[in-house]
Ligand binder design. Structure first.
Ligand code: SF4
Length: 494
């Protein structure tokens, strides 16, 4: 039984981060490594703040955890020091809690009843507890390898090894199917490997989980672009079902902006992918911020990833531009009433490390230095409006134009859906107006036996949604292959 007064005794405390100077000197995760038993004691104190609500808004519903994580249960187990049982309860709903604990912006915390007001001391630090449970489990060797023990004789191909593909693959392998994951890159992990910077999640965290999947029987093939290196006819002939978890990596661009074609103006992923490959030991990156004035266009997660990366590469000065006004620092009843998701309150470790944030501005043009290289960015003050149909419009607030120096501009303004790939043409799959792949209520596309999940279906979203969709598509594929399934299906197609 939880302590209903725990939150009155202790205030919310997030995990301590390393000093900024230390962080900028390496690529390691930003959080302080705290020796035991101090770490466990700190986390147990945070878990003890949970009230075990009768209706735990954190756990599910429109604003809580898409995975239906059993948050009050494992909070109480951690409070009592039963880490092993807490890990069992956490893994019951989440294949990869060490990923979500590090990377998820935690809709569960936004939905926590204790975030109603600051008088309550703030939401339970759910993410911190989740990560600690997973890390303790790995450190103590209690993360189990769970081979199926049965064989259905059915073969499943999973295309893409990001979080959705990996979750689907693990669930289907454990259900007794023979699963092969195809990855077009040279290493596994998709966005987890080449999109997320090392300072947010060290790749050894991914590698140990991949080793678990391999030990359970999932097969992996890298450097294989399905549709090119492996024709679709062969894929269809060899596999009984296909899961498309190909992500939504087509970066939003602004080709109409004057100067967009200049050297030094890039999409964010053109910067982040080689930077991650550098961290893997692949040698110098072709797009390096060292010694440069950098301008990042976009104030979201990807922009923050570029910010932290540019500083570690040695940028002279970094500006980050956002079309929206400066967000409030505390919950605001009008703009972010509980329990709606207060995205505006999100903060990023990268913002503590430096850089100038400019709000309510948009790029007017990129300025040529005379040789075809960008030398500055012209900005105009703007506001964002919605028209009667709800469409977003960016409206100038003044005629005044400001110019800031720029040697490297990075466009981090979102993603427009699935990249063009021959595989989709050969399967006869058309994209929706949102650039994603549609499916029926059983996650099956218009091509029989071909399923979709994750960003490829939902559009660019959170790691927790990718895992939830991967788990759910596994249920659908299992049902398709065997007529019924005991696998969980935490979410449904949108
Ligand atoms: Fe605990 Fe907050 Fe969830 Fe209530 S809403 S059960 S206090 S984590």
């Amino acid at each position: 039984m939880a302590d209903p007064n725990g939150f009155l005794k202790h205030r919310r405390a997030e995990a301590a981060k390393r000093p900024v100077d230390d962080r900028l000197g390496d690529w390691a995760e930003v959080y302080e490594a705290i020796e035991q038993p101090a770490r466990d004691e700190q986390v147990r104190t945070q878990a003890a703040r949970c009230m075990d609500c009768g209706i735990p808004f954190c756990h599910s519903g429109s604003a809580g955890c898409p995975l239906g994580n059993l948050i009050p249960e494992w909070n109480d187990l951690v409070r009592r020091g039963d880490w092993e049982q807490a890990s069992e309860r956490l893994h019951a709903t989440n294949n990869f809690p060490e990923f979500t604990g590090r990377l998820c912006p935690a809709p569960c915390e936004a939905a926590c009843v204790l975030s109603i007001s600051h008088d309550s001391g703030g939401a339970v630090a759910i993410k911190r507890v989740e990560q600690a449970i997973a890390d303790v489990a790995w450190e103590s060797g209690t993360v189990e390898t769970l081979p199926s023990g049965i064989s259905t004789g059915k073969k499943v191909a999973v295309v893409g090894s990001g979080p959705a593909g990996l979750a689907a693959a693990q669930q289907l392998t454990r259900a007794g199917h023979e699963v092969t994951v195809f990855e077009r890159d040279d290493r596994l992990g998709g966005l987890l490997r080449y999109g997320i910077p090392e300072f947010k999640m060290e790749k050894k965290v991914l590698d140990r989980r991949l080793a678990q999947l391999r030990a359970e029987g999932t097969r992996f093939i890298t450097n294989c672009e399905v549709g090119v290196d492996l024709p679709v006819e062969k894929l269809r002939a060899e596999f009984d079902a296909i899961v498309l978890a190909v992500g939504a990596l087509r970066g939003r661009d602004t080709p109409e902006t004057p100067g967009r074609q200049l050297r030094g103006v890039h999409l964010a992923m053109e910067h982040l992918v080689p930077a991650n490959k550098f961290c893997e030991g692949d040698g110098p990156t072709p797009i390096d911020a060292a010694g440069k004035n950098v301008v990042i266009i976009g104030g979201g997660d990807t922009g923050a990833d570029c910010l932290g990366t540019a500083h570690r590469q040695g940028a002279v000065r970094v500006y980050q531009l956002d079309q929206y006004p400066q967000p409030p620092t505390v919950r605001d009843d009008e703009r972010s009433p509980w329990p709606t998701w207060p995205w505006v309150l999100r903060s990023y470790a990268a913002h503590e490390e430096g850089g100038d944030r400019l709000f309510a501005v948009a790029v007017e043009s990129f300025v040529d230095d005379g040789s075809g290289q960008v030398k500055a960015v012209r900005l105009r003050k703007v506001r964002v409006e919605r028209d009667a149909s709800g469409r977003r419009r960016v409206v100038p607030r003044s005629e005044e134009v400001e110019e800031i120096p720029c040697d490297l501009a990075l466009l981090a303004i979102g993603f427009e859906g699935v990249e063009h790939m021959r595989l989709l043409d050969d399967l006869g799959l058309a994209l929706t107006p949102r650039g994603t792949l549609s499916c029926g209520t059983d996650w099956q596309t218009s091509s029989p036996g071909v399923f979709v999940c994750g960003d490829a279906h939902r559009g660019a979203s959170l790691v927790v949604w990718a895992i939830a969709e991967g788990r759910s598509v596994a249920n659908a594929v299992d049902t398709y292959l065997t007529g019924a399934s005991d696998l969980p299906a935490p979410v449904h197609p949108t």
